[in-house]
Design a protein around this ligand. Sequence first.
Ligand code: ADP
Length: 261
Amino acid sequence: LEATMAQSQKMQAVGQLAGGIAHDFNNVLTAIIMSSDLLLTNHRASDPSFADIMNIKQNANRAASLVRQLLAFSRRQTLRPEILNLTDVIADVRMLLTRLAGTQVNLKIEHGRDLWPVRADLGQFEQVVVNLTVNARDAMPEGGDLIIRTRNMNVDENAALTYRDLVPGDYVLVEVADTGTGMTPEVIAKIFEPFFTTKEVGKGTGLGLSMVYGIIKQTGGSIHAESELGKGTTFRIFLPRFVEEKQPQVLNADGEAVVTE
Ligand code: ADP
């Protein structure tokens, strides 16, 4: 799945827009919520206006929650990368993921051995796994399996043909696979676009996967989705292996490396 230039420009525009107006908009919504709270205390539940005021408050709350997500979306611009072992990171959020997945979903985590380190923002990477878990749960209303797998992977020229935005090299692969509804090719083509959602109003914002996409791209990685209707979906995230930078070599006139103290 290829991300077009237009898509990343669109995401940048949304990010800037979000950062600019979301904060002010949040204040406006807070005022609306507080005023409707006041009104509610002055009306009995039997009053014909009560339900209307309640409606105003609920919708303002919904708008506020959308704005919060927009703010989170625009904040992704500032990453604080550190050296991470994803085995540890995923182990640390296991409880949270289990809770998010719910009792219907059977969460399995399978770690590859001796995972290479990666350089990524811890909070943002956790957000990625959380978003993918929530989507997987939503795709399995009747329950099912959610498997999170990690392993080291050398992407050679051949594999780079399948994953066209990857340059050959060492990567840590994180797979998030569900046995849910799956997606049509038309849906897959749009999932990373901001505000694309197939969920009903109030359930989905369409920002989850565009956020995921932005975070992975900024980390120098790539994300791919493979899906089959009625079978399930697998998201594959490739993050480049972190390798300690070597001191630049100094060569003498004969082209031999000079050891500097
Ligand atoms: P939202 O979850 O708010 O709809 P996302 O950007 O996270 O926004 O997802 C966009 C859309 O991609 C979803 O509405 C859904 O149609 C589809 N999708 C994402 N993950 C999955 C999945 N695991 N299985 C099936 N469809 C999915």
